[in-house]
Ligand binder design. Structure first.
Ligand SMILES: Cc1cc2nc3c(=O)[nH]c(=O)nc-3n(C[C@H](O)[C@H](O)[C@H](O)COP(=O)(O)O)c2cc1C
Length: 201
């Protein structure tokens, strides 16, 4: 997970600061976030993914472009993201849209992963029905052995890669006593400039 240090966008710099805090405290799955998409019938759906990078452009995660979320995003690129850390008593809400990152960036990330994870990504047709968990694991184990014996590196399949979430609204929420939580909201105006204000808890 990469937290870039030179973030100039104020709300993203604040998000990065909170992430650094949770990393330093070694919180379990501190970079896990819930991401919601909507399908063609406007039905929402949520799942956890791991944040891989944050910089001035936004937040990056890795997934299967053909998965349920990938199909939702092809049809509607809007997302809602949520982080929460019990120990920090802080929540972050982000809304925005996604774009796929370049092949080169996805290749670089894919190639940094363990062989078994790369093979699993090739074999697993994420969100599709499978015969059984055992048969899927067997295929992954067999293919991993073949690659390892040959000393070959599998190529990234086109359906796996990185998405960039480009935020247009960010809310930083801090728990307060007796429901006096602090809610600092940032929204991007038409000129692309961030404006900020506080919301009632
Ligand atoms: C803590 C946690 C982290 C996860 N990280 C990822 C991830 O980075 N990428 C991913 O595709 N799935 C990840 N998953 C699995 C997803 O939650 C989900 O099951 C999968 O992406 C399929 O979702 P979909 O069918 O809605 O596309 C993670 C699950 C958990 C619980």
């Amino acid at each position: 997970m990469i937290i870039e240090r030179n973030i100039t966008s104020k709300p993203l710099a604040k998000v990065a600061e909170i992430l650094s805090k949770s990393e330093k405290l070694n919180l379990i799955d501190w970079n896990a976030m819930n991401i919601s998409t909507v399908d063609a019938e406007n039905k929402p759906s949520s799942r956890m993914v791991l944040l891989k990078k944050i910089n001035d452009q936004g937040l990056v995660f890795y997934t299967n472009f053909n998965s349920k979320k990938g199909q939702d995003l092809k049809n509607n690129s809007s997302v809602a993201v949520n982080f929460w850390w019990r120990e920090l008593k802080e929540q972050i809400r982000i809304e925005g849209s996604v774009i796929e990152l370049t092949d080169q960036e996805s290749d670089d990330y894919f190639n940094s992963r363990a062989l078994q994870s790369r093979v699993a990504a090739i074999i697993s047709q994420q969100s599709e029905k499978i015969e059984s968990q055992e048969s899927l694991q067997k295929k992954i184990d067999e293919q991993t052995k073949i690659y390892a014996n040959k000393g070959e590196n599998p190529e990234r399949p086109n359906h796996c890669g990185l998405y960039l979430i480009k935020p247009d609204s960010i809310e930083l929420w801090k728990e307060g006593d007796f429901r006096t939580h602090e809610r600092e909201k940032f929204t991007k105006n038409k000129e692309g400039i961030w404006e900020s204000y506080f919301l009632s808890p």
